[in-house]
Design a protein around this ligand. Structure first.
Ligand code: HEC
Ligand SMILES: [Cu+2]
Length: 414
């Protein structure tokens, strides 16, 4: 085979590989999501130009290699070279020129744009028009708008039967939340990332943002979204059993719509406070509280304490009395210090005040979160009444919202 035929064959093969599986790829979106922030555009551009360069280098080097393998093979009587280092001028040039080319590509063609992008990512404050606080926790996100008095939790709404594969999955399976982060377009937004427990990662591919939220650290990124729309992502750092269930959904809207939304949220918050005050003043019977408490438990507690109330031995304590909790001594010590574990291991049959205290404050240093901010007095009263009268617990206690309100008032974390 002549050299010309050889390269023709090689190009033909390349073309075939490039064109043939078009049908196979059709099922998989293999392009990146359309970038909608300056950082996403810049990083995608860098990715593409790098890819073009390394593909070109790869193809040229591979072609030379294949050519050498085929035409300089032993059966054609070719003898291997005996030198181990360049000696002639030509040999020096052939080593040095690729070195210069690669250094240029690496430090100039790729290096300068990469350096520019890294600097641009770090420039979170200059010209920022808005600040958002994002707090990761097991297993949801909290969004706060400092100065606007808006503050809420965003958790997954994909139905459990779809997660369990017992129902057909909807198009936004595992990427849907009850309360998306609403942001205006064409504004430089500084995003501050915090964590309440373990390391999470706030990831929205279309924004080119994937930043870890690390307990004890304040980290930041910035966005300037140029197209209204709903952008979906998820937690990208393995953060426990619920890791797959903490999506990120951002609703980017026009300035007008954003102002409207802020008004709505603030009005809703006021209505909620008024309603909360009214609900706290009421007295409920046991059946009402247990029915409501069951819902609160399913939505907020069962991921850890399990729908059966039996917990996960060694990790999450049982809510059902008579099932001793076999956690690490340090965790047990926390509970004991607050007088919570009774002699027989009948945890939720202890004093009501401790039970309220634990749900309100959480247990520092353990995954048990504080629900003071996320649940109303009514919901806390309901879930505690439910816990004390379910799973085989029969304390008969009925807890009223006013008791929870009193406990809030007495604590430092109202
Ligand atoms: C992220 C996981 C998690 C969630 C969600 C959670 N807990 Fe806990 N909870 C724990 C852990 C872990 C402990 C044990 C802490 C320790 O050992 O000190 C605990 C302890 C408790 C205790 C004391 C021990 C016991 O078993 O009685 C109560 C009561 C309790 N949780 C109630 C609740 C309620 C009510 C909710 C929902 C409103 C809830 N928890 C949600 C993880 C969680
Ligand atoms: Cu997470």
């Amino acid at each position: 085979m002549s050299a010309r035929k050889f390269f023709a064959l090689l190009s033909g093969l390349g073309l075939a590989v490039w064109a043939a599986p078009e049908a196979a790829y059709a099922r998989y979106p293999w392009e990146f999501p359309t970038p909608v922030t300056p950082i996403a555009k810049e990083t995608l551009w860098i990715h593409n130009i790098f890819l073009a360069f390394i593909t070109a280098v790869f193809v040229v080097v591979l072609a030379i290699m294949l050519y050498s393998l085929y035409f300089h093979r032993k059966s054609r009587g070719v003898k291997p070279a005996s030198f181990t280092a360049p000696r002639t001028r030509m040999q020096f040039a052939l080593s040095f020129i690729p070195f210069v080319i690669l250094s240029f590509v690496d430090y100039v063609v790729m290096g300068i744009p990469a350096y520019h992008a890294v600097l641009a990512m770090a420039n979170t404050r200059q010209g920022a028009q808005m600040v958002i606080k994002v707090t990761g926790m097991q297993w949801k996100w909290e969004y706060q708008y400092p100065g606007l008095h808006i503050n809420y939790y965003s958790s997954i709404t994909t139905p459990q039967d779809q997660i369990d594969d017992e129902a057909p999955k909807n198009p936004h399976f595992l990427r849907q939340v009850n309360h998306p982060l609403v942001l205006p377009v064409h504004k430089k937004i500084r995003v501050i990332l915090l964590s309440k427990d373990v390391i999470h990662s706030w990831w929205v591919p279309a924004f080119g943002v994937k930043m870890d939220s690390i307990p004890g650290f304040v980290r930041e990124v910035w966005l300037n979204i140029d197209k209204p729309g709903v952008y979906r992502g998820q937690c990208a750092e393995l953060c426990g059993v619920g890791h797959a269930f903490m999506p990120v959904v951002v609703d980017a809207v026009s300035d007008n719509q954003f102002t409207q939304w802020v008004g709505q949220e603030q009005a809703r918050e006021q209505a909620r406070k008024a309603q909360e005050a009214a609900a706290t003043a009421m007295t409920y019977n046991k059946a009402q509280l247990v029915t409501r408490g069951q819902k609160v438990f399913t939505a907020n507690c069962s991921a850890c304490h399990q729908p059966t109330g039996l917990g996960i031995p060694g990790t999450f304590p049982p809510i059902a009395a008579g099932h001793p909790f076999s956690a690490a001594p340090a965790m047990i010590a926390q509970l004991r210090k607050r007088g919570f574990i009774t002699a027989g291991g009948n945890i939720v049959e202890g004093p009501v005040a401790n039970h309220i205290d634990i749900v309100l404050q959480g247990i520092a240093g353990t995954p048990m979160p504080s629900f003071a901010a996320s649940l109303s007095n009514m919901d806390i009263a309901a879930v505690i009444t439910f816990e004390r009268n379910s799973f085989g617990n029969h304390t008969g206690d009925v807890i009223q919202p006013a008791q929870v309100q009193a406990a809030r008032a007495a604590s430092q974390n109202p």
